[in-house]
Design a protein around this ligand. Structure first.
Ligand code: G
Ligand code: MN
Length: 366
């Protein structure tokens, strides 16, 4: 079906410049038209070159195929998209627009909350397509002996000029999107380099940690990704770990606990990141199968204050009682390091010991 010129005219006039991304497609899922926002996020000039394809439209609530929906004029749906080499789901609202001849066409509206989300979507797609997803590594040290105990892999997405995009710019905005699973998959692919290095340098007992939000790690498809990864690389228990960071309160802690239990069972330890700040709270120690606590860098920053010292002592004592590993983050000075040792915090991480490095530089510093 092709849209009649006049119909298309009214539609395109009003939606061409709309800040949301809109796509018109027919019942054979062939894309007929895209507005400027769509072209922008997909980085494409025209709808006719097959760079962007709709593979399927699913009604989330009713699990019905597009053709079955005769009554609804608008429904929320995951749209299965193929963009050049990558495929992902787009959270969308699909409007069915009837035509005079009894047929209809479909208007897809990409469900993003605001302009920043659109930018995050576009930026992430570009990073995925152009292999601009990298990992930097930072050493985690036994403070007394100086021995290497862990490596934290830090996501580093780069823009077209090679400049690093701050993680808080895109990640919170795409975490709920299926696109994010591609970022995790790309990170895990990169992480294989670190496991190779680990073998090469015989770093037994060193855990390599990847950062994920609890919201991410508790979703079933992510649990599967991690489980398959451990199998594929034949990793031994404790070789891969996850650091859980939170940018929002965890709604279903019980469900998260169950998901983490599955990961723990296959030998993936769980570290609570940024502990004692933001949403990373004491109750996580009760409700999640935690192995290790990473004390937020605000404690290192203020370690000269009496209250901070008492708080660190308290966490040290909790960790000892519950047999948890503990690490102080953001150690930048010798004085901070010594205070951590005096209080009894066993492990540390920070610019004083090691600044995050990409794999080639890390290799040189091992
Ligand atoms: O949330 P998380 O703890 O994963 O954040 C780690 C971030 O902190 C990384 O981006 C890393 O570069 C940064 N970082 C690591 N060590 C230090 C440090 O000693 N001081 C400061 N200010 N930042 C650090
Ligand atoms: Mn971290």
């Amino acid at each position: 079906m092709t849209l009649s010129i006049d119909k298309q005219f009214y539609l395109t006039e009003s939606l061409q410049q709309h800040p949301s991304a809109f796509i018109v497609f027919d019942k054979d899922l062939k894309i007929q038209w895209m507005n400027n926002s769509s072209r922008y996020i997909f980085e494409t000039e025209t709808e006719n070159d097959n760079e962007v394809q709709i593979k399927g439209v699913f009604n989330v609530t009713k699990s019905k195929k597009l053709d079955d929906i005769k009554v609804a004029s608008s429904f929320e749906s995951n749209v299965d998209m193929r963009l050049r080499k990558i495929t992902f789901f787009l959270r969308s609202r699909v409007h069915e627009v009837p035509l005079e001849d009894g047929s209809s066409f479909y208007l897809l509206e990409v469900l993003t909350n605001n302009k920043d989300s659109l930018e995050a979507l576009r930026g992430t797609i570009a990073c995925l397509e152009h292999d601009r997803i990298d990992l930097a590594y930072q050493k985690q040290i036994d403070l007394k002996s100086g021995k290497l105990v862990g490596l934290e892999a830090l996501l580093r997405m780069k823009d077209e000029d090679g400049k690093i995009i701050p993680n808080d710019k895109f990640i919170p905005l795409i975490e709920g999107e299926s696109l994010f699973s591609l970022v995790v998959t790309a990170s895990l692919e990169k992480l294989k380099e670190a496991f190779k290095l680990k073998e090469e340098f015989d770093m037994r007992g060193v855990t390599i940690y990847l950062n994920v939000s609890a919201h991410t790690a508790m979703q079933e498809n992510f649990t599967k990704i991690f489980i398959n990864y451990v199998k594929e690389l034949n990793l031994q228990p404790g070789e891969l770990g996850l650091e859980i960071t939170e940018t929002a309160e965890l709604e279903d802690v019980k469900k998260a606990g169950e998901a983490f239990k599955k990961l723990k069972d296959i030998g993936i330890p769980l570290a609570i990141d940024d502990f004692g700040a933001g949403y990373s709270s004491l109750s996580y120690l009760r409700d999640l199968p935690v192995d290790s606590v990473k004390l937020d860098k605000v404690f290192a920053n203020t370690i000269s204050e009496k209250t901070t010292i008492e708080l660190i002592k308290f966490v040290v004592s909790v960790c000892e009682t519950l047999s948890l590993e503990m690490l102080g983050e953001g150690i930048e000075t010798q004085d901070q390091k010594e205070k951590f040792i005096a209080i009894g915090c066993p492990n540390g991480q920070g610019y004083l010991m090691h600044r995050p490095e990409f794999i080639d530089d890390l290799k040189k510093s091992l």
